[in-house]
Design a protein around this ligand. Sequence first.
Ligand SMILES: Nc1ncnc2c1ncn2[C@@H]1O[C@H](COP(=O)(O)OP(=O)(O)OP(=O)(O)O)[C@@H](O)[C@H]1O
Length: 219
Amino acid sequence: MTGATAPAGRGALELRDAVVRRGDFEVRLDLRVDPGEVLALTGPNGTGKSSLLAALAGTLPLASGSLSLGGEVLDGVAAWVPPERRGVGLVPQQHLLFGHLSAVENVAYGLRARGVRRRVARAEAAGWLDRLGLSDRAHLRADALSGGQSQRVAIARALAAHPAYVLLDEPFAALDVGVRADVRALVADALRELAVPAVLVTHDEADVDALATRAVALG
Ligand SMILES: Nc1ncnc2c1ncn2[C@@H]1O[C@H](COP(=O)(O)OP(=O)(O)OP(=O)(O)O)[C@@H](O)[C@H]1O
């Protein structure tokens, strides 16, 4: 990685007495993920993995309990930090790129939001796309990319922005088998370099083997 901004590490991600609720569904959890750890969340469909990730990202407020990062409360009785101010690097199941922006602009977006100057942001973004084997797609509009290419752009966007923690929801599921192992290895390297807390939701044992330092099965 090129280091144009200071590392974003802020400490452990911690859920205490947390209740995540969606309609009638509820999951209760205590969890601590230290910097450099990659926690895999596994378990059958419908056991709350994506809901838990949404709570960690801040798109689903906790019903009770607290979430903190390095001791700073992100979600609790007295505080709630919105997703865009959490420093979260999120790779969602649906990659949600800005379709009208190019691949490189999508990746640079998060860096720009952190105050990185345009030229530096674009250079870092281009470097990430290169790492992900997409340098020949950098200037295509995101809505012209294939599903697998979009997913790689979403991975680059999440990791490039010097996140304080990383959340990955089935990040390799949309990738062609031919590139999946390479992208997985690249993400494993990038997470080691970032050395921030990371949570990975996956059904794939190969993801757990390649990335996780610990696994928790829900359900
Ligand atoms: N928007 C919603 N409103 C109400 N209930 C929901 C909503 N989204 C999900 N649920 C329910 O919450 C429960 C947990 O769903 P969630 O998607 O978090 O599980 P999951 O373990 O990630 O499943 P999968 O592996 O299929 O993605 C399920 O019973 C689901 O039906």
